[in-house]
Design a protein around this ligand. Sequence first.
Ligand code: 0GY
Length: 289
Amino acid sequence: MTAQNLPYHPNPSSPKLSLPEGACDAHCHVFGPAAQFPFAPERTYTPVDATWATLTELHAKLGLSRTVLVQASCHGTDNSAMLDAIARSNGTCRGVAMVRRDITDAELHALHEGGVRGIRFNFVTHLGQDADLDAVRELCARIAPLGWHAVVHFDANRLETLAPVLKSLPVTLVIDHMGRVDASAGLEQPAYQMLLDLMEDPRFWVKVCGAERITRAGPPYDDAVVFAADLVARFPDRVLWGTDWPHPNIKKDMPDDGALVDLLARIAPTPDALEKLLVDNPTRLYWAQ
Ligand code: 0GY
């Protein structure tokens, strides 16, 4: 049996912050419904069903009008639930897929037609086995001609080993959840300094969401906001943000998505920084082609 996830917040607040037109949630998921899109047998957790219809309602409440769906390990390399949502989105949604090492060129092109613009690799202990590095190299070489990027999701303790590999890949790289550094360990901690070092290479981007994952203090995530704000100030043109709805594997204090939006007032405190984070940057990465 896999662990059953907690339900998402039943009634997120309406944010006080009003978001710019075209604001994008660049990291969230659709799960199931299990009866239509079964979960992968090898998954390490079972999420609650989280449908496109519910996500769309949430986005309307939050002031978000575009979406990047990120394939999560609970659906393995079966991207059908995500592709079904993108197909319903009228061009407002793109996707990041997980794929088999032996995926064919025709299948990659079909994913592109279906709105996919990147692939994701996990190196996170609680999600099961790390992605195979040879497969990562092979797949990145194959997606480069499509103009896609790779999203890498890792525990901070993998950074030292992964950094040279990531630097050698021929694609743009997007790091999930601020590298999952420990927010209680301060900006000087080695893992965060390594993340900053990677970000000096202009091919690297970072998602400044996941405050609820890297916090040790809990809501309102003051310890984590410091990292997100620092990354936005340093790399305004290579940061992305998302809700991470429906928040898989959050074990307590299920985030209020409206409160997560309001953190943006501190993460991207000027209109220019907010516009880049929520509009310009996702447009460049997901809607340029
Ligand atoms: C996230 C985070 C998590 C899960 C996954 O692929 C996944 O299953 O990414 C997590 O458990 O931290 O970004 O959804």
